[in-house]
Design a protein around this ligand. Structure first.
Ligand code: CO
Length: 216
């Protein structure tokens, strides 16, 4: 624990050196343009990956970046971010080699978390036919990681929060991205939705692209 406090002091000194008055100014208000919905995995730190300082990213993380309509925690974050902070972009960010997705794919029995990962299995089941052709487990897990991002982004689009925002003409776009643990790179999976009528065409296209890239 001692290291954490020492690191914190060093970090404060560094920020104060590079950005004098940073904390004082930020303590007055936050005005982030982005909401990041990502995996809780320690290797996927939201701010660092996209080079953002405190105040620039509103963040919600859970195991396997799942968005379900009965999760008051995630929905509250989304509602506050959209209705009050007026974020312009909601990014659903998965990552390759996700342990949660892997456990879902393998149908591992890990305890309580199995119930949460059932949502990933639901996403997987929707594309059972296409996924059947993938024999290699790593490849399958990575493909389900991609599918899970698209499905959870679809879920975000279908929330009352996003639907109501679009109905009143608010400018907010939902994106699907995936991060590579092996190279540190963030990739856009192509489903960027800014209006209700774009949801299904872009969803279908993004899913199709996933399987086209596989056979290519
Ligand atoms: Co993960």
């Amino acid at each position: 624990m001692k290291d954490l406090f020492e690191n914190n002091r060093a970090w404060v000194e560094e920020i104060n050196r590079d950005h004098p008055g940073f904390f004082e100014q930020l303590s007055r208000q936050q005005k982030p343009e982005y909401l990041w919905i990502g995996c809780a995995d320690s290797r996927v730190p939201a701010n660092e990956i996209v080079g953002m300082l405190p105040g620039e990213l509103f963040v919600h993380r859970n195991v396997a970046n799942v968005v379900v309509h009965s999760d008051l925690n995630c929905l509250s974050v989304l509602q506050f971010a959209v209705d009050y902070l007026k974020v312009k972009h909601v990014l659903v960010v998965g990552h390759y080699g996700c342990g949660g997705v892997q456990a879902a794919v393998r149908n591992d029995k890990l305890g309580l978390i199995d119930n949460w990962l059932r949502h990933v299995q639901d996403a997987q089941s929707k594309h059972y036919k296409e996924l059947q052709t993938i024999a290699d487990e790593h490849e399958l897990v990575d493909k389900v990681c991609e599918i899970n991002v698209i499905e959870q982004a679809l879920s975000v689009c279908q929330t009352t929060v996003i639907q109501d925002a679009w109905d009143r003409g608010q400018d907010v776009t939902v994106h699907s991205c995936i991060y590579g643990l092996k190279d540190g790179l963030l990739k856009n999976l192509g489903m960027s939705v800014g209006r209700t009528d774009q949801i299904y065409p872009l969803y279908k296209q993004a899913i199709q692209d996933l399987f086209d890239s596989q056979s290519a």
